[in-house]
Design a protein around this ligand. Sequence first.
Ligand code: ZN
Length: 159
Amino acid sequence: MSGSGGDPGSAKPGSTAITTEAAARRPILHLPLPERVAASLNDGIPVVQERLRDYASCRALFGRLGSDGAVKLNGASYYPASPEQERKYCGRGVSAVTTVGGSAVFLCRSFARLSGQQAAIILIHEALHLAGQTEYPASPEAPDSSAITEMVMTGCRLF
Ligand SMILES: [Zn+2]
C-alpha cells in the first residue's frame, strides 16, 4: 500500500505502507514508542530472530536481495509514526511505514494490536524493504504489499 494507492478493500492486517517522502526518512528521536506499540515490537522481534535462525526459506528472502535478515533486523530503528504518517498511511490495515533501502521503520498506533506472530510478519516485511525490496505501485514491476506479506508468511512459516 502507498496510503492512497491500492484497493482499500483488499488491505489486510498484514499490510504496510511505503513512503518516499523526506519526512519519513527523518528519525523522530525525541519521541519514544507508545508503550503498547513497544510491547508488540518486543513480542515480535524474538519471533523474527527464531524464524531467521530456523528457516533457510526465511533467510532466502533476504539472500535474494544480496542481504542478511539478521543484520537488517539488528540495523533497523523503530520510531512512532508521525501524526502526518498516521493520517496519510496508517489505518485500513496498514501498521508500519518505511522507505526502501533506509534503516528507519515507523510503527503506526495500530501496530499495538498485533500479536507477536503478526508483528513478526510486519517486521520481516519492513526489513525486506530496508534490504531493498521495492513494492507496487511505487515500483510498477514489483510485487504489491499483500504479495510481499504472502512471501514472508510462506518463507518464514508465519500464519
Ligand atoms: Zn511493504
